[in-house]
Design a protein around this ligand. Structure first.
Ligand code: HEM
Length: 406
């Protein structure tokens, strides 16, 4: 009960303060008192060191990438890896030996990966593609800008200066996870997850050198878990809230594809939740202390919503609808932190037509019963998805060579 309420407050809806008013000891307080309290028995490893992931980074990737910077090899490596695209594709010749060894190891699926579950997940991702793209693209985007450490990292890294390119690159991994052949030899999820892992290692090397950066080394294991929960955990919560029909096998498979992806992104198995229950309890532990407003997050939100509005209706008239949809996807609290403008008309419209659109999609009501304004919302959704889809086709993930130019 406590867990569910906490989660709803931040990533689904509800009002902050309700638990405090009841005098309930929250997971946040439990953590502050006793370090990392999430039990590794709830992880895919089933056991762990108990180390607090706030102070764990990526012991395998970080030294390798730092050595590339020290030797001035990043541009050359990027060139060599440009045409390394498919999971089953051999690595190109000419890579530095330590990088080759790292990638050969990092590209292996974990022993607990289940091919049959990955195939079920691929089908599920396809059949629920619209919801998932909306939730992971727009919803996840709005949540990530309300995570101060992530917003600042993104803002002050190279990608912060060109959000269009940044969105495009990030959507590459989103679509790779959702593809039918994601983890088959001809798919590209392994490649893009490993390239992302290298990119994160580069950010850990570069950002502390930025004059704008203060604080710890970015992108700890805890930070990755936080973002991870804004993707599958949040999306599953929303799909349940929207009463999307789903079999137990589908929901388990959807968790599985994200467990495997977390592993490939360098998250230690002792932190990867084994079940939705343990995922939810971990989400409740790590999200509240890691969310809040920042000027950088507000600016990034505005840029993202402006881009989406341009896509939905060139000329910018679609911005009120875009604002309302973004507010609809996250809690009031997060929308306010991100300073997403309120749009009373469109917010009320989306609230009333959304359940109808879901029912139409699920074949539960006939088309004539759908009010015509619902199609305006539906068309906006389609344009959103197209936006992320087309952007991702224009570019590839490469290791950044510097920070945001100041
Ligand atoms: C880069 C995904 C967690 C900060 C990327 C890229 C992807 C990605 C696909 C490559 C695209 C690009 O280069 O722009 C993810 C996923 C995460 C995650 C799936 C968790 C499940 C985080 C966290 C932070 C972060 C926790 C910071 C706290 C960054 C930054 C870049 C990046 C700064 C590089 C941007 C640049 O090129 O300048 N991430 N990320 N990411 N990520 Fe993450």
């Amino acid at each position: 009960m406590v867990d569910l309420s906490r989660r709803k407050v931040l990533i689904s809806g509800g009002t902050l303060g309700a638990l405090g008013a009841l005098g309930v000891v929250t997971p946040t307080q439990a953590r502050a008192a006793g370090g990392w309290t999430w039990p590794a028995s709830g992880s895919v490893a089933g056991t762990g060191t108990g180390a607090d992931p706030r102070w764990v980074w990526d012991a395998e990737a970080d030294p390798v990438v730092a050595s590339l910077f020290d030797r001035g090899l990043v541009p050359q490596v990027n060139q060599l890896l440009w045409d390394w695209n498919r999971n089953g594709q051999p690595l190109p010749d000419g890579l530095p030996e330590n990088l080759r060894d790292f990638i050969e190891h990092a590209r292996q699926l974990p022993s607990w990966a289940d091919r049959a579950k990955l195939e079920t997940a691929a089908q599920f991702n396809k059949s629920r593609g619209l919801y998932l793209n909306l939730l992971n693209g727009v919803g996840g985007g709005m949540l990530s800008t309300a995570i101060p450490k992530e917003a600042r990292s993104v803002y002050y890294s190279a990608g912060g200066a060109d959000m269009e390119d940044r969105v495009a690159k990030t959507s590459i991994l989103g679509f790779a996870v959702g593809a039918l052949n994601a983890y088959r030899p001809d798919g590209n999820c392994i490649v893009n997850a490993v390239k992302t892992r290298l990119t994160h290692a580069a950010v850990r090397h570069l950002l502390p050198q930025s004059p704008h950066w203060s604080g710890d080394i970015p992108i700890s294991q805890e930070d990755i878990l936080v973002t991870w929960h804004t993707l599958p955990t949040y999306a599953m919560g929303k799909m349940r809230e929207w009463k999307i029909p789903m079999s137990a096998a589908d929901s388990a498979a959807y968790l599985h594809v994200w467990q495997v992806t977390a592993h490939l992104l360098g998250v230690r198995d002792e932190y990867i939740p084994a079940t939705w229950d343990t995922a939810n309890s971990q989400s409740d532990l790590v999200l509240p202390p890691n969310m809040g407003p920042t000027p950088e997050g507000v600016e990034l939100t505005d840029i993202l919503l402006r881009q989406l509005a341009e896509q939905v209706s060139p000329g910018g008239v679609g911005r009120p609808l875009v604002n309302a949809l973004a507010r609809f996807l996250v809690s009031e609290q997060v929308a306010d932190w991100d300073q997403i403008p309120r749009e009373p008309f469109w917010e009320a419209t989306i609230k009333s037509v959304w359940p109808v659109l879901v029912k139409v999609r699920e074949g539960l009501i006939p088309l004539p019963l759908v009010p015509s304004i619902a199609w305006t919302v539906d068309e906006a959704l389609r344009q959103y998805v197209l936006f992320f889809l087309t952007k991702g086709q224009e570019t590839k993930i490469v290791i950044p060579t510097g920070n945001r130019p100041s």
